[in-house]
Design a binder for this molecule. Sequence first.
Ligand code: S3P
Length: 445
Amino acid sequence: MNPLESRPAKPLSGAMRVPGDKSISHRALLIGALAAGETVIEGLLEGEDVLRTAAAMRALGATVERGEGNVWHVRGRGLGGLTEPAEILDMGNSGTAARLLMGILASHPLTAFLTGDSSLCRRPMGRVRAPLEQFGAQIVTRGGGRMPLAIIGTADPMPVHYRLPVASAQVKSAVLLAGLNTPGRTTAVELQPTRDHTERMLRHFGAEVDVAEEGDGALAVTVTGQPELTGREIQVPADISSAAFPMVAALIVPGSEIVLTGVGINPRRIGLIDTLREMGADIEIRNEQAIAGEPVADLRVRAGALAGVAVPASRAPSMIDEYPILAVAAAVAEGKTAMHGIAELRVKESDRLATMARGLAACGVEIEEGEDSLVVHGCGGGIPGGGAIATDLDHRIAMAFLVLGLAAERAVTIDDSGPIETSFPGFAALMNDLGAAIGPAGETR
Ligand code: S3P
């Protein structure tokens, strides 16, 4: 346990490059390990989640090494070339690492055992087991589809056409990755568009991925199996889901103005920017360019008054990880912010609906928690603060409440900052470089 507190801050100013995108970093390592030849990755997120993926791919026979200056080198096994791991694969806190890896393993003829920390071991894996069994893999889980689990990949996979019952990029990606080492065409149909980093990266490595709109507006994403995947160069953009924390901090600490550089602005990831702008936020997108198949830009953010809004359920996939920090912006805003269609938050690193609701209430913010909704009654500026927050092994809950403390009347304490290392190593120091006051409890004055 590593408690931290944050106090009302002076205006934030300066430029920051947040660490690399977590989703893209996992995919670069996973697909690099399946490709023939060398993949060179610049700007990989060196957070615990991604390092778990690196370790797992090494255990499966790929060479994954950190070179000079945050450049990583992966020498892949070639599609179908992974070898059976001698040890249990520990995926730590990372649902993405676990579910995407299960997709790959499903169509490789080997047996692997997967586990994770206590947060990951309570998250549902049945959502990937169902489609992966259709390829012919066998998966044995604990009760309720929980990890630890064993997966016996099939030597003779069948292509699958799978309609996703939940809007989940992880499930879509598991299906597409299983389809890679499967003859024929594998399709994942999604009713709501989710992040498409797997599709973009597969194309970057030379695979054929088609997207077709179905009559009902659903998207059918099809990968043609057994492509030649060739090692590539990848530059990982800064993670918009990490940039979200300094972004909201700069909006709610009066007088702030910051620039977040090189941030990935994939259209399926920018629901938070759209929502904050609807609330009146001053966010300017500058220097837009495309890097390794992904759009990237600098974001200039200036503090100002925010007003509550209704956030439609249809926006949830494009900002699924950003609700904790949106709730913090909503707590400062004038009026009510209603977030609908967010039941998926209950199966993230923590039950985020519950951890947010509890934490906001502890900081003197009025909330209404529904089964799949959260209503925050904004304080119109002065949040009382003073809460002691139980983060429940959830990095985004930890960072959201440290940001809240910067704009509150009294310091906010979180019980454990350790999980922040999974996605945003150096968070407190980088925030303090901008002018924040985050540090060990009792030492921030
Ligand atoms: C991710 C997909 C999302 C997101 C997670 C990363 C990915 O999960 O919450 O942090 O990289 O594919 P779901 O697919 O479960 O919504």
